[in-house]
Design a protein around this ligand. Structure first.
Ligand code: AMP
Ligand code: ZN
Length: 469
């Protein structure tokens, strides 16, 4: 396959270190809140990449971390730990928050047909490994202690900005805007490997270390977790584009200083999903989660298809009109496919021909839109139904849109009419009002009225969602 490599800034032939095997690492979620559908765009496209590599016959081992400590409000090591913020917001412990949102993340992934990576490792499981790597970096002269924290010394590197087009001037600019300038740093770009002193002394989880009671920085976890499960040579590392700097830049700096050689050959970055107002956020406006879009009447796989229709290296704007069109297209496609019969023998030649076309499309820097459009060609082609079904099933190993899976009889979302949806939304709004006014009798009556019509309400953190029963 050909893939765009952020490291070399060009499209390159993908060649793993070991023939036939791919070692793949994905930055996992910070589990302080629900993932928004922007985060999930990255995970959908990474899932397609993994499945496509498997489709080409590679034996892929994919590892993902769960960030449950050390990710501060700003990626540049300032502010409060996001996990602690989540715990305070919900009056729970950090570990309770981590468990709840890790489960929520995988439940969202399941709805979007995102395969769980082969290894999933929470950062808090690997404190010993982090300490070991930091000790080695100190021994080799790549790190220093200042004001109780351990920092990586970026001045020791020949080149620090290998991944990004950032330069020292840009960074200084960024730091000037930042109120939390850290006086301990010898160089502006230095980053924290281990904290023992932080403005936020209320840090809930702390561990003994050679430098005192403290906690790891965010960047060290991905280097360590990757090496723990995938060894010293990584083929491909994934994340959203915001991870390029500083997170992935810092991962390369510390990993290669620790190892003494090049670490990862290919860097795959997914561009952001934005809402109309700009960057997607977990705090402002509509918090776009999977349950939220389900509540709006969309099957989560419609969102997967929405993502596959656009190229992962282009910014994508979330738009309800496009979602509606995608929903219609998805339902029509499934209907056409469900009308195919199993009659006839599968033509191996046709299957091979379409497989080659699929590889030409998706193998070209993951052109999923072109891959999807091939399905329409298959449906129109002069070949028997059994062959059509075999080809579509084959493509769906990568696209994962459940194209040949029959809809359940009482499908929640595809059978809803506009009037019915308006009615349900109205009832949900009236129930929310009643609950806000503590009028629980009315709220319960509304719930019962909907239930009598076969609609069950489920209360989630972002509000009520509904499903057919
Ligand atoms: P986080 O949970 O903040 O650590 O982010 C999880 C993943 O989502 C990372 O790979 C981010 O780069 C990615 N990400 C964050 N925001 C967006 C967005 N708006 N669109 C696509 N990916 C995103
Ligand atoms: Zn990471």
């Amino acid at each position: 396959m050909e893939i765009y490599n952020t490291l070399t800034k060009k499209k390159e032939k993908f060649e793993p270190n070991e023939e036939g095997k791919v070692k793949m690492y994905t930055c996992g979620p910070t589990v302080y809140h629900f993932a928004h559908i922007g985060n999930l765009r990255s995970y959908i496209m990474e899932d397609v990449l993994e499945k496509y590599l498997r489709y080409e016959g590679y034996d892929v081992k994919r590892v993902m971390n769960i960030t449950d400590v050390g990710h501060l409000s700003s990626d540049a090591d300032t502010g409060e730990d996001k996990m602690l913020k989540g715990a305070k917001r919900e009056h729970k412990t950090v570990m309770e928050i981590a468990k709840f949102y890790t489960d929520a993340f995988f439940s969202d992934c399941k709805k979007l047909n995102i395969k769980t990576p082969d290894v999933v490792e929470p950062a808090t499981n690997c404190i010993e490994e982090f300490i070991h790597m930091i000790e080695e970096l100190l021994n080799k002269g790549y790190a220093y202690e200042a004001g109780g924290n351990i920092y990586f010394d970026t001045s020791k590197l020949k080149e620090y900005y290998v991944l990004s087009s950032h330069n020292e001037a840009d960074l200084l600019e960024g730091v000037r805007d930042d109120v939390d300038v850290d006086e301990n740093k010898r160089n502006k770009a230095d980053f924290v490997l281990w904290f023992t002193k932080s403005k936020f002394d209320a840090q809930e989880l702390k561990w003994e270390s050679p430098w005192g009671l403290g906690y790891p920085g965010w960047h060290i976890e991905c280097s360590c977790i990757s090496m723990k499960h995938l060894g010293e040579y990584l083929d491909i590392h994934c994340g959203g584009i915001d991870n390029i700097f500083p997170h992935h830049t810092n991962e390369i700096a510390q990993s290669e200083s620790y190892l003494g050689h090049k670490w990862c050959n290919y860097w795959f970055h997914v561009h952001h999903l934005n809402d109309r107002s700009g960057k997607m956020s977990k705090s402002k406006g509509e918090f776009l989660t999977v349950s939220f879009i389900e509540g709006k009447g969309y099957n989560p796989l419609v969102y997967r298809m929405f993502c596959l229709q656009s190229h992962y290296r282009k910014p994508l704007e979330f738009d309800y009109e496009i979602m509606d069109n995608t929903k219609t297209a998805y339902e029509k496609l499934k209907k056409k496919i469900s009308a195919l019969t199993e009659d006839g023998a599968v033509s191996k030649d046709e299957l091979d021909l379409y497989r080659r076309r699929f590889i030409e499309a998706v193998g070209n820097d993951l052109n999923t839109a072109l891959g999807l459009s091939l399905i329409y060609d298959v449906l129109k082609a002069d070949i028997n139904d059994a062959t059509k079904l075999a080809i579509i099933n084959d493509f769906d190993r990568v696209l994962s849109l459940d194209l040949t899976r029959p809809e359940p009889k009482e499908d929640t979302y595809s059978n809803v009419t506009d009037e019915e949806l308006a009615f349900i939304n109205d009832m949900l709004a009236r129930r929310a009002e009643a609950k806000a006014a503590k009028d629980f009798a009315t709220a319960d009556a509304i719930r019962q009225e909907l239930l009598d019509k076969g609609i069950a309400i489920k209360d989630t953190r972002e509000g009520a969602v509904w499903e057919r029963v």
